[in-house]
Design a protein around this ligand. Structure first.
Ligand code: PGA
Length: 254
């Protein structure tokens, strides 16, 4: 399998630093055994309060050779002061390289608009981060392609083809995200249909040739391989904080 990208979105877990350490310990053990064969790019996006500690573990163990640090969000601007937000330079100072932008839980549970997502995306790019931009329809109904088109136009408004090529695009249908009631994973075939729509919009509106596509939404050890065969990588939520399960996902890269 070509080099793939695995992004672990820990969301609001684990509850304690001790559990986070256990996840990192098992990754250290597994990836250490793989050595040079650890061919993928693996990014860990912990909750903000653990980023610094996770970075220290990367710096003091061999994990730093295999893993990169990501943040789950970023402030809309480095200069407009907003209580509670985390600006880009602070994340840089912690060694963050990737930032998740426009996650559907933020879009739909706290009302983050396309316009806010667009500002965050621009801030992430200005800071030199690799944005992991989440795109996905709320319902797979007869209007979902139009929905994707509008979301893409709002999210990427004002960006150049060069900017867009720096982004990883995570197709995450909202109904497939494990934190939503009744969630079930998409199939690779139907997710690829949506990707075709996304590709069409990006090439016609933004003149971008094929960007890097990840799939996200209830990825686990039994379906990861199928998605990894069709996509450049996966964005893994709930399964990424279950240490055995996440390692099984990494094993499916072989
Ligand atoms: P899930 O989440 O794997 O728990 O469905 C993916 C995501 O929210 O990015």
């Amino acid at each position: 399998m070509n080099k793939k990208i695995i992004i672990a979105n820990w969301k609001m877990l684990p509850e304690t630093w001790a559990e986070a350490e256990q996840i990192l310990d098992s990754l250290n053990e597994y990836l250490g055994e793989q050595g040079e064969r650890a061919e993928s790019s693996i990014v860990i996006c912990p909750p903000f309060v653990f980023i610094e500690e996770v970075g220290k573990v990367f710096g003091t163990t061999s994990l730093g050779q295999y893993l990169s640090l990501g943040a789950q969000d970023i402030a809309t601007s480095d200069s407009v002061v907003v209580t509670g937000e985390i600006p880009g330079p602070m994340l840089q100072g912690l060694g963050v390289r990737y930032v998740i932008i426009g996650h559907s839980e933020r879009r739909w549970k706290i009302g983050e608009s396309d316009e806010i997502v667009n500002r965050k995306l621009k801030t992430a790019l200005e800071n030199g981060f690799i944005p992991v931009v989440c795109i996905g329809e709320k319902e797979r109904d007869e209007n979902f392609k139009k929905f994707l088109e509008d979301q893409l136009c709002g999210t990427f408004d004002g960006l150049s083809a060069g900017d867009l090529q720096k982004c990883l695009i995570a197709y995450e249908p909202v109904w497939a995200i494990s934190t939503n009631p009744g969630a079930k994973p998409d199939t690779p075939e139907s997710a690829l249909e949506s990707v075709k729509t996304i590709e069409k919009v990006l090439s016609s509106t933004f003149q971008v040739p094929r960007p890097t596509f990840l799939y996200g939404g209830s990825v686990n050890s039994s379906n990861a391989r199928q998605f990894l065969e069709e996509f450049d990588g996966v964005l893994v939520g709930s399964a990424s904080v279950k240490k055995e399960e996440f390692i099984k996902i990494l094993i499916s890269l072989k």
